[in-house]
Design a protein around this ligand. Structure first.
Ligand code: HEM
Length: 209
């Protein structure tokens, strides 16, 4: 669906998923930091409250992930996530060159967006990593920690729970890094707020690209 220079990129189910996911992940990062570093000298909020909120929003992200996964599987949105490996490195280099140099010289983007291309190669790779590796990994390790009796007791004489917790915290750290890069990249465009408007009203403005 196109209206003048606008493309309807974000259907309602995707925007609902994204809104719940963004809010929940922010709460999870905040409460997660509070739990990870809690000691007598560092306390952002009550520890018990942090644990309870972390559990509630962790389950929210898990159920909401089903909406993303099934929605992507059942609609044409999945086509934007198909990655062609041939020439990928070359395409990524072109995009990085644009972000680090071309963009500041007012050059045209190497992969302008259109009906067939919603993401540039760098966005595609980071979204695939975040949505099909980091978030599912967080969900699996998080559920395991919620039901610790499901975790193997020892892995090479190291506690299974400890290993799962380290993996969970590491993936949380990677999602936090993703979020920082995501927010920066989303602010690039004709106006820094354009993309943020798109993920709310569904329409992406391609004029000037
Ligand atoms: C404050 C939090 C967040 C804000 C403001 C935000 C903002 C945005 C914006 C503006 C877009 C559309 C433009 C673009 O594709 O770059 C977008 C898309 C997207 N965001 Fe976020 N985001 C947030 C958190 C997250 C988190 C935590 C994740 C995943 C862990 C995420 C995953 C995605 C994905 C996968 C898309 C593309 C969806 C699609 O079109 O299929 N976002 N986000």
């Amino acid at each position: 669906m196109t209206s003048e220079s606008k493309i309807y990129f974000y259907p309602i189910w995707l925007r609902i998923w994204h809104g719940i996911n963004a809010l929940s992940i922010l709460v999870l990062i905040f409460t997660g930091i509070n739990m990870q570093y809690a000691n007598q000298n560092f306390k952002l909020m009550d520890f018990e409250l942090a644990v309870n909120l972390h559990n509630i929003f962790g389950i929210t992200v898990t159920l909401n992930y089903l909406l993303f996964f099934i929605g992507n599987m059942m609609t044409s949105n999945k086509k934007y996530y198909r990655l062609k490996m041939k020439g990928l490195i070359k395409r990524l280099i072109l995009q990085v060159n644009y972000y680090t140099s071309g963009m500041f010289k007012n050059e045209n983007p190497p992969f302008p967006l259109n009906e067939k291309r919603k993401f540039n190669p760098m966005q595609k790779v980071t979204y695939l990593l975040a949505m099909y590796i980091f978030v599912p990994g967080l969900i699996i390790t998080g559920l395991a920690l919620l039901f610790p009796e499901t975790i193997i007791e020892e892995v090479y004489s190291l506690s299974g729970i400890f290993m799962t917790a380290v993996l969970h915290a590491s993936l949380g750290f990677l999602v936090s890094i993703f979020l920082v890069i995501h927010l920066y990249v989303a602010s690039i465009g004709k106006h820094p707020l354009n993309n943020f408007k798109s993920i709310i009203d569904g329409y992406h403005d391609i004029s000037g690209h």
